[in-house]
Design a protein around this ligand. Sequence first.
Ligand SMILES: [Zn+2]
Ligand SMILES: [Zn+2]
Length: 148
Amino acid sequence: MLISVTEARKAHGQAFGFSFEEAVGPLELGAEAIALTKPVSANGTIVADAEGISVRGTLKTAFKAECARCLKPLEEPLDAEFDVRFHKSADDDDEIYLYEGDSLDITDMIKDYALLAVPIQSLCAADCKGLCAVCGANLNEGGCAHHE
Ligand SMILES: [Zn+2]
Ligand SMILES: [Zn+2]
C-alpha cells in the first residue's frame, strides 16, 4: 500500500485522503501466523509537516481463527484505527515508521495495527460448551457418556 506524499509535502498542514483495498500476507505473531481471509480495506488521511507525515484512519478485514473452546474454524471480522507518525528515513534510525522519497509504504504499519486488534481468544458463541475433557466430543452437538 503505497501512498504518494508529493502533494502533501507541498502543502504542509493540509489533509489528503487515501483509500486502499489490498490483500496482505499473514500477520506474524512470534512463530504463529494469522491468515487474513479478506483483503484489507484502509481509509484515512495524511498530513505533512516539516518533520514527517501523520497518517490516521481505519482498517477493516477478517482473519482466520478457531474457537478457543471447541476448536471450530472461524472467520472473525477485524477493525482497527491508526494514528501514527512516519519520519524521514534520514532523521532517526530508532523511529518505527519511516518513509523515503515521494511515497509512503503503509503495509507494515497496517499489519501491526491489524495484529494489535486481534483478540486474545475467539469463541464460536459466547455460550460455547467446548469439548469434553475426557472423550473430546463437541458438547455443542449433544452430550456424551460424561455429560448429560
Ligand atoms: Zn466453540
Ligand atoms: Zn465425554
